[in-house]
Design a protein around this ligand. Structure first.
Ligand SMILES: Cc1cc2nc3c(=O)[nH]c(=O)nc-3n(C[C@H](O)[C@H](O)[C@H](O)COP(=O)(O)OP(=O)(O)OC[C@H]3O[C@@H](n4cnc5c(N)ncnc54)[C@H](O)[C@@H]3O)c2cc1C
Length: 431
């Protein structure tokens, strides 16, 4: 199994629901078979149950083993591409639809947590503070807030000055920021395991350590095989996101995604006096730099995240770079120990938007969240089921008539390095 970094995550150490792994060891029938046990696959299974169907989820490792169990837990309405860019490239109407879909996605997480009694997920609508690293960035953030007000009647954004940001975060690194109330924080692995528990109690089946090895179609049915069994289903959903290269069964979507490693570190529990001066309102906080770093509280600890190593595995130097950045931003944490270091793969797409659609009449896919997928995968997992059943859910610009391959895919790794290097250069010269 590639990418073995999961064991050191803080989420695994603090998860309240124990995993209940059962592997597939027989031949089964299902209405819909789902490849991937992250938020997309789990949300799809829940929607299938709501629509009277019998879903079977097949997960190669454990529930939430992919990005869903190891992410930063920052729940937001955001797409990787800004809504004003969408309005410029397309039109205002589609930008408004995407704005609405973003809010529906955030609401969906909140509803899941409430309706499925997931107190353990610890979801709180804390808001997010985007911190400007220089004056140019602050003026851009202010312009975005103005656009949101004018285009989308969104008055939830407040501009803060340098003193307010320092007072709130505990860092003197920023010249200002923009506060959004439409964001929250969650315990990502508890959320994934909570969704899985709801599927099991709703009559759906979940098999872990059951990688789908082959996927074939006999005309009226889809047949999936694992090392120990087989599922024959009317429909199949590919929900493998940044982990679409584990087996050949998901090969058709692989060339549409660029996996990009995102890494996180967690401090030891902070002294209460020090903790009280940091992240005072318990929000999530992100920088305005292109190669963005972000932080949030997790109980009495600070979590700090950013770009991970290039390539398939973690690297000590990427974690060291994160720790250096944390201590530069918060010199008061210089003597603080880092207790957890982990990373995972996000899936980038050519247009920076998720992709949702049908490979053929029986096979759907929903993936490519570009590192901002907690809310969107919770919504798109549901909508792909509706699409597969012949409805027309609003997918905005995410709707695809088949996967959209990335041109010159074989060049993806050098291309990612080049783009990242260029972004770092722009950040360094303050543009
Ligand atoms: C370090 C990190 C930090 C992040 N922080 C945030 C954040 O703060 N906010 C936010 O909104 N988003 C964040 N994200 C992104 C977010 O976690 C993802 O967008 C979201 O979890 C995607 O869910 P998914 O179900 O589509 O994919 P995943 O959770 O990645 O699940 C895919 C699953 O498919 C399984 N699989 C693959 N191949 C097969 C096969 N052949 N057979 C069976 N199973 C298979 C894998 O084992 C995996 O478990 C972060 C991601 C990472 C890695």
């Amino acid at each position: 199994m590639p990418d073995s970094a999961h064991p050191q995550s803080l989420w695994r150490d603090t998860a309240s629901l124990a995993p209940r792994p059962v592997a597939l060891l027989s031949a089964l029938k299902a209405d819909i078979a789902i490849i991937g046990g992250g938020y997309t696959g789990l949300s799809a299974a829940l929607r299938a149950i709501e629509r009277g169907l019998h879903p079977v989820v097949l997960e190669a490792a454990g529930i939430g083993w992919g990005a869903s169990g190891r992410n930063g837990g920052v729940v937001s309405t955001k797409f990787r591409v800004s809504l004003s860019d969408i309005a410029r490239r397309h039109d205002l109407e589609i930008a408004r639809r995407m704005h609405r879909i973003g809010h529906e996605a955030m609401d969906r997480v909140e509803r899941n947590v409430e309706e499925l009694n997931m107190a353990d997920a610890g979801f709180v609508r804390t808001g997010n503070l985007r911190c400007a690293h220089n004056d140019l960035a602050q003026s851009r953030l202010a312009a975005e807030a103005e656009t949101a007000r004018k285009m989308f009647a969104d008055n939830s954004l407040t501009i803060l000055d340098a003193d307010q940001v320092r007072e709130e975060t505990g860092s003197a690194d920023f010249v200002g920021g923009v506060l959004s109330t439409h964001a929250g924080i969650i315990h990502p692995l508890n959320y994934a395991r909570g969704l899985a528990a709801a599927i099991r109690s709703g009559g759906g089946e979940i098999y872990e350590h059951s990688a789908v090895l082959t996927r074939s179609n006999n005309g009226s049915r889809v047949i999936l095989t694992t090392g120990g069994g087989q599922v024959v289903a009317r429909h199949v959903l590919i929900a493998t996101n940044g982990y679409s290269n584990i087996t050949a069964a998901t090969a058709p979507v692989r060339g549409t995604l660029i996996p990009f490693r995102s890494a996180m570190i967690a401090t030891e529990p902070l002294d209460p006096g020090l903790r009280a001066t940091l992240m005072r309102h318990g929000r999530s906080y992100s920088e305005s730099r292109r190669m963005m770093r972000w932080f949030r509280p997790a109980g009495d600890r600070m979590l700090f995240g950013g770009r991970g190593a290039f390539g398939r595995e973690d690297s000590a130097s990427a974690f060291h770079a994160l720790e250096t950045a944390l201590k530069r931003m918060f010199p008061q944490l210089v003597g603080t120990a880092i207790t957890h270091r982990w990373s995972g793969l996000v899936a980038m797409t050519i247009d920076s938007l998720p992709q949702v659609g049908m490979l053929d009449e029986r096979t759907g896919f929903a993936l490519g969240y570009n590192g901002a997928g907690i809310a969107m995968s919770s919504l798109m997992g549901r909508r792909i089921i509706d699409l597969m059943l012949g409805d027309r859910p609003d997918l905005g610009l995410m709707e695809r008539n088949g996967p959209r391959p990335i041109p010159l895919y074989f060049l993806r790794e050098p291309a990612v390095r080049t783009v990242a290097g260029w972004y770092q250069f722009l950040d360094r010269i303050g543009l």
